[in-house]
Design a protein around this ligand. Structure first.
Ligand SMILES: Nc1nc2c(ncn2[C@@H]2O[C@H](COP(=O)(O)OP(=O)(O)O)[C@@H](O)[C@H]2O)c(=O)[nH]1
Ligand SMILES: [Mg+2]
Length: 238
């Protein structure tokens, strides 16, 4: 069984080496890492390139034309499918998603199609984020649940483990979000296909190094994307 961990990065030079080390230290059989970097000005990609030359489990997808969390995720999924992944894990580079949960996620994937690291089930914790940021996440989650009718408690989680056929079935080529709303787009399409989703509790820790790329612009675009997904569904396009 071949597992790919897909990590989108933009200006993560302070996190990426340590993250790759932590994932590889888990000693999971046939695990490879694909970092999708959008030509980060801080040269995150150079660090990954250097590691990839020494360790063939580590790969770099350097994007020079496109930019955005969404299209990076899309290209990352396509890379994993093309390279014959059986399992695809997506996670952020900033240690909000602790790699220690990966073995448990893989184990749960024996019973489910998708396993999601959740901030909103019994046993979950959220550390280091202030009231405003948690309120924004809570509001977004409520909006998504009401609009899209997804029965998942943490619709904003970008820490997920998929059987590769799930990604194949939702057709990664058709993913259209340019920004972070890709998280909800994928979740909605997975939900519509009726795949079994399991939420496992995680302790989510806000980044201590580097900066968040989520601003008002991305947040607004995300709200519009969710509305667009709803309309597309109503008009039978998805
Ligand atoms: N390739 C790529 N990755 C991105 C982009 N924007 C954010 N990311 C990555 O996506 C992940 C989540 O972004 P982050 O800024 O932590 O968002 P937040 O957790 O919502 O504050 C991190 O690994 C980022 O480096 C982008 O435009 N391109
Ligand atoms: Mg983050």
């Amino acid at each position: 069984m071949k597992t790919f961990v897909m990590v989108p990065t933009y200006n993560e030079k302070e996190n990426i080496r340590q993250l790759i080390d932590c994932i590889l230290k888990l000693k999971i059989k046939n695990l490879e890492i694909i970092v999708v970097d959008d030509n980060s000005p801080d040269e995150t990609w150079k660090i990954v390139e250097k590691i990839s030359k020494k360790d063939k489990r580590v790969h770099l997808l350097l994007r020079k034309k496109d930019k955005g969390r969404g299209s990076a995720g899309k290209d990352g999924f396509i890379y994993c499918i093309k390279n014959k992944a059986d399992v695809i894990i997506e996670m952020d580079a900033d240690f909000s998603h602790n790699p220690k949960y990966i073995p448990f996620m893989l184990n749960e994937l024996k019973k489910y199609d998708v396993v999601l690291g959740s901030r909103r089930v019994k046993g979950s914790k959220e550390m280091g984020r202030g009231f405003l940021r948690r309120f924004i996440t809570w509001g977004a989650n409520l909006y998504i649940t009401l609009m899209l009718g997804i029965h998942v408690k943490d619709c904003n989680s970008g820490f997920r483990c998929f059987k590769s056929e799930v990604i194949e079935k939702i057709n990664p080529y058709k993913l259209s979000s340019k920004g972070p709303a890709i998280v909800q787009e994928v979740l909605f399409k997975v939900h519509l296909k009726g795949f079994k989703i399991k939420e496992i509790p995680i302790t989510f820790t806000d980044r201590t190094k580097g900066k968040s790329k989520l601003g008002i612009k991305q947040l607004t675009a995300g709200y519009f994307m969710v509305l667009k997904l709803k309309l597309m569904h109503v008009f039978g396009e998805i």
